[in-house]
Design a protein around this ligand. Structure first.
Ligand code: PLP
Length: 424
């Protein structure tokens, strides 16, 4: 029984405690008390005589992304939908979306009444495949959204070239990629707009939050209207007790403002991000060396990448192993050895139980529209193959010391050596 896998009742490879996520910094508690006492819990309440945390975070994050402007928002999904609308996308327009992503990539498009066109990904980077994008463009295409997925940066050179040739805005979804770089420049600053999620699992988080960054003053102004019920921040100084948001009526919006509590936590977290990302890269490089020696292929990134941000660490299992046991059983066996969740990729969006446009009456306008948004009409063979061959785990694990990272390599060795046992 000494070598038996933990999943079949043998001893676990390690009993160690793994790092958890999120982790709060030293400033957060003080800042949160400050917000509580300030008399202003959101920018949509009256000005109280000093700069809001929301404005402080907007300035800090714009600088971090080397972008001229940042519009913070309540969620990443809202940021994505608002970025599309700010770029002029609307009812019936087609938007190119990577077929291997979180459901928000498609649902944000549906949310503005547009049509997500699911496009396949690159087998090495798991990010949007430029050649597949090119062949999915029609006369109804109005935007391309790209996700820098898991730990990769997409092939921005090719995608920007395609976007430019077709006169389409490229929107970068950086929900996995806070701090990643391409050509020595931060992601999010390449497209017409970059959007971020600060939901609780992300590399920069306040529980629920989001942001849009851009160099385009018109996109920023439209995004401000869209996220604050048609109001924008006044340019001129306001007095205590006055509203900092001005009702222009130029563009109707809805409410997706980020609260002062969330902005305060984000400022605290932003100060920690680069240090955490550097530790993740060190651990990931170490593990990649060990796993490639065992014949595994880890997720690659585009050649222009100058800094990786690991949201999830992704490993493709060898074909001969997958011929013995399916990927989900192997993930469960690894989970049993290690004591943290080893997961699969997202389910491809053409076969994902969370992506069901027909289940919502607001989208079900007519049969033709339902046909256009039907996920099953898209073919995503590469995404499917990745989903059936890749295991992954979350970025918090990469904050563990290197001897713990060695345990991960040992667990892979043990499971692969005993893969026949999984089937019994
Ligand atoms: C998390 C995520 C989003 C959505 O962000 P929320 O803040 O959860 O709304 C969008 N796109 C991708 C790729 C994500 O992972």
């Amino acid at each position: 029984m000494g070598n038996a896998l933990a999943i079949s009742g043998g001893p676990r490879l390690t009993e160690r405690e793994w790092p958890r996520w999120p982790q709060s910094g030293e400033r957060a508690l003080k800042s949160l008390e400050d917000v509580l006492a300030s008399g202003r819990w959101t920018i949509s309440c009256a000005y109280q005589g000093r700069q809001s945390y929301e404005r402080q975070f907007a300035a800090a994050f714009a600088e971090y992304c080397r972008s001229a402007m940042c519009v913070p928002m309540a969620t990443g999904t809202a940021s994505l939908a608002i970025a599309l609308e700010a770029c002029g996308v609307g009812a019936g327009d087609e938007v190119i979306v990577p077929g291997l992503s979180w459901v928000a990539s498609a649902s944000a498009v549906l949310g503005i009444n547009a049509v997500p066109v699911l496009v396949d990904v690159d087998p090495a980077t798991y990010c949007l495949d430029p050649a597949a994008v090119e062949s999915a463009i029609t006369e109804r295409t109005r935007a391309i959204t790209v996700v820098h997925a898991y730990s990769a940066v997409a092939d921005l050179d090719s995608l920007l070239d395609i976007a430019q040739r077709h006169g389409l805005p490229l929107i970068e979804d950086c929900a996995h990629a806070h701090g990643a770089g391409y050509g020595d420049w931060p992601v999010g600053a390449f497209g017409a707009a970059g959007v971020f999620s600060m939901q609780g699992s992300k590399l920069l988080t306040c529980g629920e939050g989001g942001a849009l960054v851009t160099d385009d003053a018109e996109i920023s102004n439209r995004a401000e209207h869209l996220r604050a019920d048609g109001r924008v921040l006044r340019q001129e100084p306001v007095g205590v007790g006055e509203m900092e948001l001005e009702e222009t009526g130029r563009l109707m919006g809805s409410n997706a403002c980020l609260s002062e509590f969330h902005a305060a936590v984000l400022l605290d977290q932003l100060a920690l991000l680069d240090g955490q990302n550097a530790r993740r890269v060190r651990a990931a490089d170490h593990l990649t060396g060990r796993l490639t020696d065992m014949g595994m292929t880890v997720q690659d990134t585009s050649p222009g990448t100058t800094a990786r941000a690991y949201y999830r660490y992704m490993v493709r299992l060898p074909d001969e192993v997958l011929a013995v046991a399916p990927v989900d059983r192997i993930a469960r066996a690894l989970t049993a050895e290690l004591g943290f969740p080893v997961m699969l990729t997202h389910r491809p969006l053409n076969d994902n139980p969370l992506h069901r446009p027909a289940s919502r009456r607001r989208f079900a306008t007519d049969a033709r529209y339902l046909q256009r948004v039907d996920p099953a009409r898209f073919d995503l063979p590469v995404a499917k193959r990745i989903h059936e061959s890749v295991v992954s785990f979350g970025h918090e694990v990469l904050l563990a010391p290197l001897d713990a990272i060695d345990d991960i390599a040992r667990a892979f060795r043990k499971v692969l050596d005993n893969v026949r046992e999984i089937h019994r």
